[in-house]
Design a protein around this ligand. Structure first.
Ligand code: PMP
Length: 369
């Protein structure tokens, strides 16, 4: 049910909060939900069993260790950094919020690269952070790196997303290095979807070269733990200190810490599913390329989703939901993404359903046209 804020209550709110509406992820009950870039394969059963045992053995009467030291140690070993370079959060979203609490605010400019993950602009607004947008190329949807580097020279915070949501492109090592060199503030490289990119695409090791670089990861996508809420940032210990200073101490609860330790230890068990999603991504991409005659444009993607432009996208989106019980994300009113939908790559049978439905809807409308 959508929540409404009365005029009376809105008048009591801080102006930057009063400008907002309660978040609505646009979920509807459907048979095939490919709208939120989740891992629709779920957790491998052997991992789930170990996780259940760990949960059952976790006492609930004590507060959690605030920075989840046992988990931090595992994440540090995994990524070749020290525990002091790791900060955990209640999903990547909370860490993004903390980043704005620590480094944003009035007069602290964010340089953003839209179209990208909408939460950056939302949280910037919430703490009155001025935003300088450096829009992506309208055709390739790739960032304009020269303009971004120029804007970064006076920024307190720059965010680059690799792979980007919803366009799927990745940043090169050289791009990230240039930004870190140019920016006197913090460069946040959001690698939430990096496990789906080709090997060697991550730039996370650059945190050892650039003390102003912070790299965000999450367990929500490749590790099928969106419901659990666990994200982490790799950065210089001092940046981790700044995040730790503003964070609520107990947001990563004991159950999530225990589960995330199991997932970190079991990360190799997720590789077959990740490989399957990557193979399916290629298959779906090729199939959508083949629908060019029906007016479909698709961009290459290194993530677990594809950005697809279709004729009359709002109608296609609604028909997918109402006639085919398939939910994808409608980006057609986002500046720079007119006509675009974002389709999460799911299991082969889910992807088959979305391809067949799109084919049917678009063939029908091209006959009517
Ligand atoms: N970054 C990007 C680019 C995302 O798309 C998302 C989730 N949609 C997140 C961060 C945050 O994910 P979570 O809070 O589930 O960790």
């Amino acid at each position: 049910m959508a929540l409404a804020i009365s005029d009376q209550v809105r008048a009591l709110m801080r102006p930057s909060a009063a400008a907002l509406e309660p978040y609505d992820p646009g979920f509807s009950p459907v048979e095939v939900n490919l709208s939120a870039n989740e891992n629709t394969y779920g957790m491998p059963p052997a991992v789930r069993e170990r996780l259940n045992a760990a949960l059952a053995a976790t006492p609930l009467n004590r507060y959690p260790v605030p920075l989840a030291d046992a988990l931090r140690q595992r994440i540090a070993d995994w990524h070749g950094v020290t525990p002091a370079q790791v900060c955990v959060g209640n999903g990547g979203d909370e860490l993004l919020f903390n980043l704005f609490l620590a480094f944003g605010g009035p007069g602290h400019v964010l340089v953003n690269c839209p179209p990208t993950f909408s939460v950056y602009g939302l949280y910037a607004g919430l703490v009155d952070t001025p935003v300088v947008d450096v829009p992506r190329d309208p055709v390739t949807l790739r960032p304009n790196m020269d303009a971004l580097v120029e804007a970064a020279r006076t920024a307190h915070l720059v965010i680059l997303t690799s792979p980007n949501n919803p366009t799927g492109d990745v940043a090169s090592r050289q791009d990230v290095a240039r930004l870190c060199q140019a920016c006197p503030g913090i460069v946040l490289l959001d690698e939430a979807y990096m496990e789906f990119a080709p090997d060697g695409t991550t730039c996370e090791d650059l945190v050892n070269t650039y003390p102003n670089l912070a790299v965000l990861h999450t367990f929500s996508k490749a590790f099928a733990f969106a419901g659990g809420r666990l994200g982490y940032i790799l950065a210089d210990p001092s940046v981790v200190g700044a995040l730790a200073a503003v964070r609520q101490p107990y947001t990563v609860d004991v159950l999530v810490q225990a589960a995330a330790e199991v997932i970190a230890d079991s990360r190799a068990d997720f590789q077959p599913t990740i490989d399957c999603i990557k193979a399916e991504r290629t298959r779906v991409y090729q199939a959508l390329l083949g629908m060019g005659g029906l007016g479909v444009t698709v961009w290459p993607s290194c993530a677990n989703f594809l950005c697809v432009r279709v004729p009359d996208a709002p109608r296609v989106w609604a028909t997918l939901r109402d006639r085919h019980s398939i939910l994808v994300r409608n980006f057609s009113s986002t500046p720079g993404l007119g006509g675009c939908l974002r389709v999460t790559i799911g299991k082969p049978e889910e992807n088959d359903r979305v391809l067949a439905a799109l084919n049917q809807i678009l063939s029908q409308s091209s006959k009517e046209a």
